[in-house]
Write a protein that binds this ligand. Structure first.
Ligand SMILES: [Fe+2]
Ligand SMILES: [Fe+2]
Length: 136
């Protein structure tokens, strides 16, 4: 079943650069899910997975530079969450490379759920902080 959500307006954090990167990450996650569901060649899945991991790294540094610029008080906690995701996606890459389909499948769900919950949760908290700040 293809269940990865795509971006919608409700996920906007009010910063176009961040929203654009979220759209790209969710799109790559959907492509990865489709490729895994359809048992596409592993080289193709690997390419999407690497691209997802690269985009995630770029995205986290974008967000973290916005935390610095705005003096976001939860920056450390939020950045630690990003590091957790990086570890998860690295484990996923290893599981996939080792050919263990069952573990890779399980890792996919962990990584997907983490990403959607993070965009809906921690990233929205940052959005709320930015919105409040603009009202001051
Ligand atoms: Fe994000
Ligand atoms: Fe984040």
């Amino acid at each position: 079943m293809n269940s990865t959500a795509l971006w919608n307006e409700q996920l906007s954090v009010g910063v176009e650069e961040i929203d654009e990167e979220h759209r790209e990450l969710l799109f790559l996650m959907r492509r990865l899910e489709l490729a895994m569901d359809q048992d596409n060649p592993s080289t193709e899945i690997h390419l999407i997975l690497n691209s997802l991991a690269d985009h995630a790294l770029t995205h986290f540094s974008t967000e973290e530079s916005h935390f610095l610029e705005t003096g976001y008080p939860k920056a450390d906690f939020h950045a630690q969450e990003h590091r957790r995701f990086e570890r998860k996606i690295n484990r996923f890459k290893k599981a996939f490379a080792s050919g263990n389909v069952q573990i890779a499948d399980g890792m996919f769900h962990l990584v997907r759920d983490w990403l959607t919950q993070h965009i809906e949760g921690d990233d929205q908290e940052f959005a709320a902080f930015l919105a409040n700040r603009q009202q001051l």
